[in-house]
Design a protein around this ligand. Structure first.
Ligand code: APR
Length: 252
């Protein structure tokens, strides 16, 4: 428990906190991660056939149907106690910047005000041709693996694509810039539920450590980010984060 105490002490005195999250943040809400053995999406699906621009060009119905299924799953689940603890940090720390690799809206639904989405959002489809934002169509309960023809752009007639960043694509420049800026300025960076394997997002905790921040990792498993974490709390988001917040800001 000393590590939790040390992490809480660092969090309580931090002026600026960056909360950096990955798929493990939403695991306890029922959203599958990508690389967990057996349950991870990339253990069950071929990322190259679903999460690249070429995949969409080759088979738009397969890709659109899969992302519509994932979005319908997100719409059916709820934020977990970990998301709520992150929102509580935003209420208590003088300044908090939430940076997420996740494309769900669970941070927002838990009360986080303006998370930076490094990998886009399931709720921001856009035209693959002219990039015009497209409306989120009410999901008709798409089944896992069912093909669905993507809608067409009202402007140019191009195919509508998921608003997520695929492998081989650049991250949104403004999001990455804001995340790096926050990492250089923070006193504490909490990295929660990420395998730390996908770059450039995985550089954010490294940048924070390089600029003198205390990096605290929350993950049941070891990750490459152990190298830069001053403290590693080996547990899940929904159990560790509420305890961390309670220890950092004890209620009278
Ligand atoms: N609480 C905290 N961490 C958890 C939990 C949990 N309940 N369950 C799993 N984890 C951890 C796993 O140990 C793993 O280290 O979450 C991490 C999930 O890793 P990934 O599945 O690789 O997800 P992530 O790091 O977000 O992937 C990064 O890869 O495919 C791309 O674009 C996709 O944004 C994603 C990126």
């Amino acid at each position: 428990m000393d590590e939790l105490h040390d992490a809480a002490a660092a969090l309580a005195k931090a002026r600026t906190v960056v909360v950096f999250t990955g798929a493990g943040m939403s695991a306890e809400s029922g959203v599958p991660t990508f690389r967990d053995a057996l349950t991870g999406l990339w253990a069950r699906y071929d990322a190259q056939a679903l999460a690249t621009p070429q995949a969409f060009a080759d088979d738009p119905d397969l890709v659109w149907g899969w992302y519509e299924w994932r979005r319908s799953l997100i719409e059916r689940v709820h934020p977990n106690l970990g998301h709520e603890a992150v929102a509580a940090i935003e209420d208590r720390a003088p300044r908090t910047v939430v940076v997420t690799q996740n494309v769900d809206d669970l941070h927002e639904r838990a009360g986080s005000r303006a998370p930076i989405h490094l990998h886009g959002s399931s709720f921001a489809p856009r035209c693959a041709g002219c990039s015009r934002p497209a409306p989120v169509t009410a999901s008709r309960e798409p089944e896992e693996g069912r093909r669905l023809a993507p809608p067409r752009c009202g402007d140019c007639g191009g195919l509508i694509r998921p608003g997520v960043v695929w492998f081989g694509e650049a991250l949104p420049g403004d999001a990455l810039e804001a995340a790096v800026q926050a990492a250089t300025e923070c006193d504490v960076l909490l990295t929660i539920g990420t395998s730390g394997l996908v770059h450039p997002a995985a550089e954010i905790p490294v940048v924070a450590a390089r600029f003198g921040a205390t990096v605290i990792q929350v993950n049941p498993q070891p990750t490459p980010l152990d190298e830069v974490a001053a403290i590693s709390l080996h547990g899940t988001a929904a159990t560790v984060l509420p305890a961390l917040v309670a220890a950092a800001w004890p209620t009278p």
